[in-house]
Structures are given as C-alpha cells and as structure tokens.
Design a protein around this ligand. Structure first.
Ligand code: MYR
Length: 217
C-alpha cells in the first residue's frame, strides 16, 4: 500500500503501525489512524516531552523519535507520501484544560530541492491567519537551526526559537516542533521556544499535545 488511505480502502479498520511504500520510495513503517473518513498517516506527535525536537536538517529530513510516542516522520517520507497531488493536512491541538482544536486544509509539499516548501493557497493562508504577500498564495520552505530558510534576512527563527518548522517572516505564527513545556517559563527567552499556535491559544501558551496527519486530497 502507498499510504494509510490505501490500507483503509483495502478494508483495514484498525489503527496502528503498518508498513507502506509510496511510489519511488523504499518501504517504511508508519502510524495509521483509521477513522470514519478514511485512513490518515500520522506525521508528527507531541504528548509528553520525551523526545528532543531541537534537531538538525538531516534529522528532520530522515525523521526521528519513537513511533509509539513522540516522533517526526521525516520530510522525505512525508514528501513521498504526498507525491505531486497534494494532501489534506489535519492538525490536532490540545491545551492543558482539556480543550481541543482541529484544523484541516489542503497542502502541497515540495521536495528537498525546494527546501521542502509548503504551499498554501491564498484562501487557506487567510483562514490560518498567515500574512500573505501575493494573491497566488504562499510558498514557505522548512527551516532548522543549521539550515535557515525563513523569510528573515538577519534572523534565524529556528535558532531563536527551537526545533524545525515552516517559519515565515515573523517567527510567531506557529511552531508545533518547539520545546515541550508543562507551564509557561518565566524567562522570556525560554518562553519563545515553546510549542504554540498563535491564533488558537496565543503566542506564549505551551500546548499539551499535538498531532499532524495527512490523507490524499
Ligand atoms: C509567518 O510566520 O509569517 C507565517 C508562517 C506560516 C506558517 C504556516 C504553517 C503551516 C504548517 C503546515 C505545514 C505542513 C505540511 C506538511
């Protein structure tokens, strides 16, 4: 099967670890979440701070962490699953008071030659509260501390914050790969490094849990 949706279509209804093989890629294991609307491939999970997400470009490319716990599947694998057709991305966020928020929108992810740029259409960018500069939408490469592709000339968002992410011109929209905090750090420099989604709980609210999942569009 090329992804979790293909497993779902073949009759699989149980969530768990499965081996998949997207076209042109070697086989690898993924977490599938089977739901009423099909099979989703889990590409990121945070829940307890047990894994260090402040990793290099190579690590974000290849993936890291514990498939049973916190992990990052890896940009190359995500790119091979998405192919050129694009995907639906689902982002699930939880705070420390039992509230959850779920976002779903279409995305395209370029290959390493584009710095694994994520492409958002203008309407999607508007919904996400991303300041867009062109009516054609937004193309934003991935950044890590050792490969700075953010739109800041003289700043390195990944280094000033923590972890790898699609940082734009502000470093302040979101970062689901930030440092895991159980409460708001007192120090400003530390506070910036947390896991956040500004338009939900704000810039300095450290989220309790996050999951990112993809499904063919
Ligand atoms: C800014 O800081 O100026 C804007 C940043 C926009 C970030 C949008 C993040 C979307 C993340 C989803 C990408 C997932 C692709 C698999």
């Amino acid at each position: 099967p090329r992804d979790c949706q293909a497993l779902f279509e073949a009759g699989e209804r149980q969530s768990g670890l499965f081996q998949i093989q997207p076209p042109g890629s070697p086989p690898f294991l993924v977490n599938c979440k089977m739901t009423e609307d099909g099979g989703w491939t889990v590409i990121q999970r945070r829940q307890d701070g047990s894994v260090d997400f402040n990793q290099s470009w190579e690590a974000y490319k290849a993936g890291f962490g514990d498939p049973q716990g916190e992990f990052w599947l890896g940009l190359e694998k995500v790119h091979s699953i998405m192919g050129d057709q694009g995907s639906r991305l689902s982002i699930q966020l939880q705070d420390w008071e039992g509230n959850a928020q779920s976002l779903q929108f279409p995305v395209y992810l370029g290959g390493e030659d584009t710095g694994y740029s994520v492409q958002l259409t203008a309407p999607v960018a508007r919904i996400l509260g991303v300041p867009i500069l062109s009516p054609g939408g937004l193309s934003l490469p991935f950044s890590t501390w050792d490969q700075d592709h953010d739109l800041h000339r003289d700043k390195n968002c990944a280094k000033n914050l923590s972890g790898g992410w699609w940082f734009g011109g502000t470093c302040s929209h979101s970062n689901l790969n930030g440092q895991y905090f159980r409460s708001v750090p007192r120090q400003r420099q530390q506070r910036k490094k947390g896991i956040f989604w500004k338009t939900w709980r704000g810039r300095y609210y450290p989220l309790q849990a996050t999951t990112m999942l993809i499904q063919p569009a």
